[in-house]
Design a protein around this ligand. Structure first.
Ligand code: PNS
Length: 168
């Protein structure tokens, strides 16, 4: 069985992430979405919320049964080994993603040469999308409909509710 890991902070998951997860699920027998417990960054959403948004989005939006969601607070390659995964799947948007992703891929290759990093190009409709931009838009009352799955949209709305301008 070929398994792959889709790792990230997912604060929150976007429709761009979901697109990569779905496309990866067509290529592997099992895809584990790994939500990193990042002690350096302070996320907007708790780990539980981030995991829950992804689980709901996978259940409601993807017609696949081979995607699991789990948090991890270890090296990514160790999380991959725990799941018997042979690949780490990363989405690439613009050239600006490349340098950082290339560096992480090289570290991971050094840490475990048996786990291959595979880059998937973002679909064009999501090429501009990022969790940070979505949070900023929501913070200032902009509409994030269509950018994030509905439960994450609701979560953002609740978090920033006092300043909400709303969608047309
Ligand atoms: O969504 P992000 O914040 O870009 O995801 C980054 C993530 C979680 C993929 C990266 O920080 C990671 O793999 N962390 C696990 C710790 C690790 O293995 N670090 C060494 C490789 S750089």
């Amino acid at each position: 069985m070929k398994a792959a890991i889709c790792p990230g902070s997912f604060d929150p998951i976007t429709n761009g992430h979901l697109d990569i997860i779905e496309r990866a699920s067509h290529l592997f027998d099992k895809v584990v979405v790994g939500v990193f417990v990042n002690t350096v960054k302070t996320p907007l959403f708790s780990l539980e919320e981030r995991v829950n948004f992804i689980k709901l989005a996978v259940k409601d939006n993807l017609k696949v049964s081979n995607v699991e969601v789990e948090s991890f607070d270890s090296l990514l390659v160790d999380f991959a080994e725990k799941h018997g995964a042979c690949a780490i799947i990363k989405g690439l948007r613009a050239v600006s993603d490349f340098e950082h992703e290339f560096q992480m891929a090289q570290f991971n290759q050094k840490l475990d040469p048996d786990v291959e990093t595979i880059f998937m190009m973002a679909s064009s409709q999501y090429a501009y999308l990022s969790s940070s931009a979505v949070k900023e838009i929501a913070k200032f009352g902009g509409c994030v409909k269509g950018l994030v799955p509905s439960d994450a949209e609701e979560g953002l709305r609740k978090f920033f509710k006092d300043r909400r301008r709303g969608c047309n």
